[in-house]
Design a protein. Structure first.
Length: 304
């Protein structure tokens, strides 16, 4: 197999879908099939099925009652394989989301979303991910419902559900005491009642109200997952130019875009590295935006 990164023949695109008529197990407890099933049906002719009785919360919850052990990729792999085992199929899908400050713009919240496809017949895994500020992820500590007057429109409540919990619980369960975590709050009466209950169990009288990031309670997150599903289905139609395995696509970036003033390489990407999910074939291609020179503001010499 080639280890070089160079130009070469393009990926094999077109022809019959390698997954037409196949069943793909989607490991989800939160109705992600609403975002994933159609792109896979239209793009690949594959049927996405959700195995009954699968509790993905056993591998971690957003509210922390069950900690997530491992990286998002490792957890997504575990989820996919659980679904494959329950459905009795060699093809699986799972997604995993992480939320917090944007790594480059800390004052903006971000969603880092991963969608993983596993094919045990061909011995490959193909992943698409996205780092986006297209999220309503936020929280606020309040004493009453009135304290949320400007917060609720900002997080698009009630279209997006909320979670309430004591800011400082008075129970030995600690900050993630499941007894007083109220999820899926999507009406003002339910939110008001949850705040009252949590305030009664809070040592400082404050309640933490946060966005519910589960996919079935968060249309914005579901929209991001749908974008990933479209990209992943399209990628699975592209085959490696060396071994013809499906899943040819972006695997890395080639740094070193030269500065427009001094010509020295910067940390910005000068190109993309495309690769195979099964063999070691790699090819470099120019940046999709056509940018050939970096702004001096991104140069460590011109803007130290």
């Amino acid at each position: 197999m080639s280890r070089s990164v160079s130009a070469g023949p393009p990926a094999i695109v077109g022809g019959p879908s390698p997954y037409r008529g196949r069943r793909v197990a989607l490991a989800t407890k939160h109705d992600k099939a609403r975002a994933i099933a159609r792109p896979f049906r239209v793009g690949l002719g594959a049927a996405v099925v959700t195995p009954p009785g699968l509790d993905t919360d056993l591998l971690g919850t957003f509210t922390g009652e069950v900690p997530r052990l491992g990286t998002p990729g490792e957890v997504a792999r575990q989820k996919a394989r659980l679904g494959m085992a329950l459905a009795g199929v060699p093809l699986g899908l799972a997604s995993e989301g992480s939320f917090g400050p944007h790594p480059d713009i800390p004052f903006l919240p971000a969603d880092r979303e991963l969608l993983l496809f596993v094919d045990d017949e061909r011995g490959l895994e193909v992943a698409e991910w996205e780092l986006t500020t297209d999220t309503n992820y936020a929280h606020r500590c309040v004493a009453t419902l009135g304290d949320l007057a400007d917060f609720l429109p900002r997080v698009d409540f009630p279209a997006h559900a909320l979670i309430a919990r004591p800011a400082l619980p008075d129970t030995p369960g600690g900050p993630h005491d499941p007894v007083e975590i109220h999820k899926g709050l999507a009406t003002l009466p339910a939110l008001r009642d949850a705040i009252a209950r949590c305030r009664a169990r809070s040592r400082d009288g404050l309640v933490r109200v946060e966005t519910d990031m589960r996919a079935d309670r968060n249309p914005t997150r579901l929209r991001v997952i749908r974008r990933l599903a479209v990209r992943l289905a399209r990628r699975l139609r592209a085959r490696c130019p060396a071994c013809a395995a499906p899943g040819w696509g972006l695997v890395g970036l080639q740094p070193g875009l030269p500065c427009r003033w001094c010509g020295l390489p910067t940390d910005l990407a000068r190109g993309e590295i495309l690769g195979c999910a099964r063999c070691e074939e790699r090819r470099e291609q120019p940046r999709p935006d056509g940018l050939l020179l970096a702004d001096p503001g991104d140069c460590p010499r011109c803007n130290p």
